[in-house]
Design a protein around this ligand. Structure first.
Ligand code: C2E
Ligand code: CA
Ligand code: CA
Ligand code: CA
Length: 275
């Protein structure tokens, strides 16, 4: 084949067109899916490591498109943020999760993710509280997970939102702890009920002693601050044992179960209760 620059350029042009076309297709599919309520809540168990009971479930959004197949949240969540439908997506997933989870006992909590962009909305707290009220879901059974990137833009709005939610009994979790760039600063600037150690550290514990020591130290730090500790990405019994020995209170990960539909989550609850 002739390797002239022009041919190569044409090839890139074509693949760029192809990318743009696919992105446009995904965008319009996502808009439709959000409007139609096709994005559904799945539930991943959080287990209390002190008594081995289910503490609650994290709500994780799942989307399966008729033609495009299953699309991961790492793809559609950022896209929903870019095209301005993240709030609509969140509310539909949270609303449905509250409705579905009402059937569980009062001690089972629900943990929902709120996108950093949404934390800029001064009405976020009142919107969330009125959604809970409409679904008759007690705010005291809800945890809201936020990431550090949500806290950097508008500290005052974020602080007011978190305080308003906490005043109604909602608990606030700092998600992906350690993966941001000013984790320790945020521990001082905000009051969190829970901190979730980023799964990259917990996954690395399987083969990296250094990661293990970092997690041990994070657990000790958080305990001194009186914050409830959660480790996500627990995949093996060895990691679980080390976390528990070092005082980690709650675990989440494939060792306990992946995110699952409501029916399977309810079954898991019944099975563990009768153990
Ligand atoms: P996240 O909030 O950190 O959620 C935890 C992610 O870790 C989930 O990925 C979960 O499936 C995965 N995970 C849990 N246990 C394990 C484990 O043992 N090993 C490994 N390798 N992974 C584990 P998922 O569901 O793909 O979600 C990815 C991210 O997308 C979430 O990260 C969250 O930032 C975002 N996301 C998901 N659902 C929502 C939503 O409803 N709203 C918003 N705003 N973001 C969401
Ligand atoms: Ca989360
Ligand atoms: Ca996380
Ligand atoms: Ca994340």
């Amino acid at each position: 084949a002739k390797r002239d620059g022009r041919g190569l350029f044409r090839f890139f042009e074509q693949s760029m067109d192809e990318d743009l076309r696919r992105r446009a297709e995904l965008e319009s599919a996502l808009k439709k899916a959000v409007a139609a309520g096709d994005i559904r809540p799945f539930y991943q168990p959080l287990v209390d490591l002190r008594d081995n009971r289910v503490y609650g479930f994290e709500v994780l959004a799942r989307w399966t498109h008729d033609k495009l197949g299953s699309i991961p949240p790492d793809v559609f969540i950022p896209l929903a943020e870019q095209i301005g439908v993240i709030a609509e997506l969140t509310w539909s997933v949270v609303r449905r999760a509250c409705r579905e989870a009402l059937q569980w006992g009062a001690q089972v909590r629900l943990s929902v993710n709120v996108s950093p962009m949404q934390l800029k909305d001064p009405l976020l707290a009142s919107r969330l509280l009125s959604t809970l009220e409409e679904e008759m879901f007690p705010p005291s059974r809800l945890d809201v997970e936020i990431t550090e990137s949500a806290l950097v833009d508008d500290v005052d709005t974020a602080r007011a939102t978190l305080a308003a939610l906490q005043a109604e009994g909602v608990r606030i979790s700092l998600d992906d702890f350690g993966s941001g760039y000013s984790s320790l600063y945020h521990l001082r600037a905000f009051h969190f009920d829970k901190v979730k150690i980023d799964r990259s550290f917990v996954l690395a514990m399987q083969h990296d002693e250094e990661a293990g020591r970092i997690v041990d130290a994070i657990l000790s730090l958080l305990k001194h601050l009186g914050v409830t500790t959660v480790a996500e990405g627990v995949e093996t019994a060895d990691v679980l044992r080390r976390l528990a020995e070092n005082g980690c209170e709650i675990g989440q990960g494939f060792y306990f179960g992946k995110a699952m539909p409501i029916g399977d989550a309810s079954k898991l609850l019944r099975r563990r209760r009768s153990d």
